[in-house]
Design a protein around this ligand. Structure first.
Ligand code: ZN
Length: 96
């Protein structure tokens, strides 16, 4: 399963779009979803993700993506969204 950094507390959690098992935060807005998609082991190694987590704990927000990467991640995110995978995910999570 995908390992990802929690956008809110920097904890390493499983699944970019799933609720954090540490702070229970779940990405909802496009920006939160994009940053959660970006900060995963699809794109970064464990060491980088840990330093992203540290950044979040220190600053209280995720590191800013450079405009080029942000464009790439936004495009990937639009593809995921268009595939309907997100709808399914949010349906599955309802009432949990
Ligand atoms: Zn968290």
């Amino acid at each position: 399963m995908t390992k990802a950094v929690c956008f809110q507390c920097g904890h390493l959690k499983f699944g970019s779009f799933l609720a954090c098992d540490e702070c229970q935060a779940k990405p909802k807005t496009d920006d939160e979803l994009i940053v959660s998609l970006a900060m995963s082991d699809h794109y970064f190694d464990q060491e980088t993700m840990e330093s992203m987590g540290e950044y979040i704990r220190e600053h209280g927000h995720p590191p800013h993506l450079d405009p080029e990467s942000e464009k790439t991640f936004r495009r990937n995110f639009e593809e995921v969204k268009a595939s309907g995978a997100l709808d399914q995910l949010f349906q599955d999570n309802e009432g949990v």
